[in-house]
Design a binder for this molecule. Structure first.
Ligand SMILES: [Zn+2]
Length: 226
């Protein structure tokens, strides 16, 4: 193995200059195409948009540094992807069903201070992510949240109960949440750790009326300070 082979393999100054020119051209083309999609900027991308970016990226890469690759095919790919994107977003604006097919749909995570059980079946990843998201919103327990929705771009949107409406709910901060147990130490108000349902429990063990889970943690009713 020769290090010079790995780094330089036949590269001379004129090739280096060509790579600079190719890179600038492709970069400008990428910008033009992204502007042409009509998007304002990106904070969070939907899966569909990620697919577009991957497509653009892989078409742009080779012509940047490979002198054997003409740039025209990449331009054709760009035009096709851009036209396809605009067609899809136009169709999505016309038909709600089509929009759900392409972008997915917003899912309810929390309703009325409890995890939504129906939509949860469609969630394929852990609750931990939402718990972290809620903690970042200064949420201490689920009883502070009226509604939380997982948007198609991965963001979570919240509506909070105002101070007077806050009810007892499932604590979501690790030190408290991890105290969950099947054994009820003393009579009191507990929250189901799976669904967030709150019940007054007087027995030493209890099965949740809402989801049949049997792990509980003492419910909180602290107000949310923002
Ligand atoms: Zn439950």
């Amino acid at each position: 193995m020769e290090w010079t082979q790995i780094f330089f393999k036949g590269v001379d100054l004129s090739l280096a200059v060509e790579v600079v020119a190719r890179t600038l051209i492709m970069f400008a083309l990428i910008l033009i195409v992204l502007r042409a999609t009509g998007k304002r900027g990106v904070r969070q991308l939907s899966l569909f948009e990620v697919a577009i970016i991957i497509g653009l990226g892989s078409a742009a890469g080779d012509p940047m540094f490979n002198p054997d690759e003409p740039i025209l095919p990449a331009i054709i790919v760009f035009i096709v992807i851009c036209a396809f994107y605009r067609l899809m977003t136009w169709l999505a604006s016309k038909s709600e069903k089509f929009e759900v097919l392409v972008e997915g749909k917003a899912l309810y995570i929390i309703e009325d201070g409890m995890f939504d059980l129906v939509d949860q079946k469609e969630l394929f990843f852990g609750k931990d992510e939402f718990l972290a998201e809620m903690r970042q919103q200064n949420v201490e327990h689920l009883g502070q949240i009226r509604t939380a929705v997982l948007e198609t771009n991965g963001n979570v949107s919240f509506i909070f109960f105002d101070e007077k409406e806050v009810k007892k709910g499932l604590p979501i901060w690790p030190k408290v949440y991890e105290k969950k147990s099947k054994l009820i130490p003393a009579p009191g108000t507990y929250a189901c750790t799976y669904c967030g349902n709150v019940e007054d429990i007087t027995t030493s063990s209890h099965i949740c009326r809402r989801c049949n889970c049997e792990e509980w943690v003492m419910a909180l009713d602290t107000k949310r300070c923002s």
